[in-house]
Structures are given as structure tokens and as C-alpha cells.
Design a protein around this ligand. Structure first.
Ligand SMILES: Nc1nc2c(ncn2[C@@H]2O[C@H](COP(=O)(O)OP(=O)(O)OP(=O)(O)O)[C@@H](O)[C@H]2O)c(=O)[nH]1
Ligand SMILES: [Mg+2]
Ligand SMILES: [Zn+2]
Length: 243
């Protein structure tokens, strides 16, 4: 039985999982199941907006398909956040890589179902034996094995919490401006657009510095395309509010 000793101020609060004061999120990604980059971009926006530091963790690097994934992830996310590579079946690799990162933090494990979040947790804490699941043979998707969330204490005192895998994720109450602000590497270029009401989608590259950066290769085109998609959804939701 635990005893509440002190109530600490709430820095941030997540609904799924219901946990407060998370300081960093390990967003797991793997060669299988097929990565959902739109989900990753939305999660990045969400965590940046809450002051939660995101780290991309490429798991299952024992699989042969990893090469392409590593190249894709590095090309798209190197300017955005730290990227680490692990194999959750190799306990030493997980502990050597993630323990130092998780020291003095409240870390959230997040990502699609079956990317290996719980496997990572089990590798960090070999005594806890949390249930892991496989991939559905039919759909090549996860089976949503983890259903609850619990905070565990790591050997170095860091705190860590697992979460159920995402199937769908909507960025609620984010304005188009929020989407831009928290697509951090893109926001950086937007300061040089000719007009400050530039929306970085319909304008020509002569006006829009974001578009110029995409054309010159300074900004990753795939990230930009998904930004447009997320931005448009936020705009539609905003317009609906005033209908
Ligand atoms: N080859 C390989 N398989 C892995 C690795 N990590 C996890 N797996 C496998 O991936 C499957 C899913 O692992 P889980 O840890 O249950 O994934 P999860 O992200 O917790 O899934 P949910 O709880 O459904 O969200 C299991 O069959 C694991 O054995 C890895 O590094 N390499
Ligand atoms: Mg799990
Ligand atoms: Zn612009």
C-alpha cells in the first residue's frame, strides 16, 4: 500500500493513458507493423504542445527490413528529435540505450500496437513480466494487448509508463496555427515567408519560404505533405466551429 505524501503541481495531463507530469515520450516505431507516419507526426505535435520531449525509438532492428526504415526515419526526423535504435529482445541493448535516457524523467512508452512497447518495458524491468502480444496474421496489425497503464520505477529511479497502442488518433482542439507551431522544423522556415498570413499550402514558392525549403531539400517533402494534411483537418474543424 502506498501513502500520498505530497501533491505536486500538474505540468501536463494525458487522457490516454491517464497520467500527469510526463516529461518525455518514447515513440516506438518498427519495420513491422508498417509505420503510420501520420500518427507519428500527430503525436509529435501533441507532445511538443505539452512540453513533453519526444524521442523516436526504432525497435526490432534485428529484422532485415530495418535498413529502409532507419534511412526513412533519419531523413524525416533528424531535424525534429533524437532518434535511437534498439532490439527489445536484447535486454542489454535496451538497458544500455534507454536507462540513461530515462534517468530523472517520467517517460511514456507510446506508438502503434505491436511495435514492442511492453517488450521494452519488460527488458528494462525483467521481473515484471507484462503481457506482450503478436501481430494479427491477417492484417499485419497489432492486437492491442496492453489495456492498462501503470507507472514503474526503474533501477536508476526514473519512472516509466506503458500505454495501449494507438489505432486512431485525432488532434482535438488544435488550431491550424498550433499545427504549424508544433511542426517545429517547418515553423522555423515560416518566419521568412513574405506575408505573415501565409498558410504555406496554397502560396507560390516566391512568397512561401516553407515551400522554397521543400523544393531545395532543406525540408523533408514527406513531412511537409503530412503537415498539409494535418493542417487542413485542423482548418476544417476550426471552420465548423463557426458555421
Ligand atoms: N523481432 C523482434 N520482435 C519484437 C521486438 N520487440 C518486440 N517484438 C515482438 O513484437 C510483438 C509485439 O510486442 P509488444 O511488446 O506486445 O508490443 P506493444 O507495442 O506493447 O503492443 P500493444 O500492447 O498491443 O500496444 C511481440 O510478438 C514481440 O515479441 C524486437 O526487437 N524484435
Ligand atoms: Mg503492450
Ligand atoms: Zn509560407
Amino acid at each position: 500500500m502506498g501513502v500520498i505524501e505530497k501533491l505536486l503541481p500538474r505540468q501536463n495531463e494525458l487522457v490516454r493513458p491517464p497520467v500527469a507530469n510526463v516529461t518525455q515520450a518514447l515513440i516506438l516505431i518498427a519495420p513491422v507493423p508498417k509505420p503510420d507516419f501520420l500518427l507519428i507526426d500527430k503525436l509529435l505535435i501533441k507532445y511538443f504542445s505539452l512540453g513533453i520531449k519526444p524521442i523516436l525509438v526504432i525497435n526490432k532492428i534485428d529484422l532485415t527490413k530495418k535498413k529502409k526504415l532507419i534511412a526513412t526515419v533519419e531523413a524525416q526526423y533528424q531535424p525534429v528529435c533524437q532518434i535511437v535504435k534498439i532490439c527489445a529482445h536484447d535486454g542489454k541493448c535496451v538497458r544500455d540505450t534507454l536507462e540513461p535516457i530515462c534517468c530523472n524523467e517520467l517517460t511514456l512508452l507510446t506508438g502503434q500496437s505491436a511495435v514492442g512497447k511492453t517488450s521494452v518495458l519488460n527488458a528494462l524491468l525483467p521481473d515484471i513480466h507484462q503481457e506482450i502480444g503478436g501481430l494479427s496474421a491477417k492484417t499485419d496489425r497489432g492486437k492491442n494487448t496492453t489495456r492498462h497503464s501503470e507507472i514503474f520505477v526503474l533501477q536508476n529511479g526514473g519512472l516509466i509508463v506503458d500505454s495501449p497502442g494507438f489505432s486512431a488518433f485525432v488532434l482535438e482542439s488544435f488550431t491550424p496555427e498550433d499545427i504549424l507551431d508544433y511542426t517545429v522544423e517547418l515553423a522555423h522556415f515560416s518566419k521568412d515567408c513574405k506575408y505573415n498570413n501565409c498558410n504555406h499550402i496554397a502560396e507560390s514558392p516566391t512568397i512561401c519560404a516553407v515551400k522554397r525549403a521543400v523544393d531545395s531539400g532543406e525540408l523533408n517533402r514527406d513531412r511537409y505533405i503530412r503537415f498539409c494534411e494535418i493542417y487542413k483537418i485542423a482548418k476544417e474543424m476550426e471552420d465548423k466551429k463557426y458555421e
